[in-house]
Design a protein. Sequence first.
Length: 241
Amino acid sequence: MNAGPEMVLATMEETDLDEVLKIEQASFTEPWSRKMFVGELRGNAFSTNLIARAQCGHFVPEGTLLGYVIFWVVFDELHVMNLAVRSDLRRRGIAGDLVREALERGASRGVRTALLEVRASNSAALALYAGFGFQRRGIRRGYYDHPREDAVIMVLEKGGHTMLSEDPAILDQVRRESSEFKKMEETHRHLEDQLAQLSKLHILTPEEEIRKKQMQFDKLAAKDKMAEIVRQYKQHRTISA
Ligand SMILES: CC(C)(COP(=O)(O)OP(=O)(O)OC[C@H]1O[C@@H](n2cnc3c(N)ncnc32)[C@H](O)[C@@H]1OP(=O)(O)O)[C@@H](O)C(=O)NCCC(=O)NCCS
């Protein structure tokens, strides 16, 4: 039950960033920089950036920034990139409302899979996402620094097949018949390797952070293209490429 302050959601603007950064810095040992937030607001057409502000002041003055969520929608996949709630206002359903809004917006845009990475020790976030039906799908070893820690990959699938659950026999068939699929699969694997290399570095420069995001995006785009080829194959049982 939401026992928290009444809140209103709005698109994050650059004028919100002083308040956002305060929450960010209090919430993470490796906080995003202002430049990274600006990159989401200005330079990423796939990114949705939402803030929650208090609407009536039972707990905090009206207008107080309560939390935020940043997510990408790339074709039929939603990736939660950042989420935090003011530390003194947690366990009042604020993150739940933000995640619900993200998933609803994603669903209305045709999203079938939502995924995210979370620190293995972050029991609050793991419980929050599990409550929405996210399931553990794997581990990225040593993904985080300060302290060094694994990431748990969590996935929520809504209906339909995704590449993650596709029949291996169909994938083998498509691989044999479609050179484009094979190319995309190689691109996807190559980007995954590069991202794994990058995540081994202890501290990323701002340029590396930007490169990392671009690679994450390219990887999702490659996966979506592969899923589309498989969809077409299943409809027609033949590949034109
Ligand atoms: C994770 C975080 C966003 C949760 O925000 P929140 O507003 O407190 O979460 P909610 O109140 O909406 O919690 C919803 C449910 O999640 C689970 N949950 C949230 N915090 C929890 C905690 N500390 N321990 C156990 N379960 C927790 C509970 O099931 C909770 O429902 P309940 O309160 O009815 O039991 C917040 O703790 C935070 O900002 N942490 C630091 C940043 C972070 O870790 N972000 C996530 C990165 S992936």
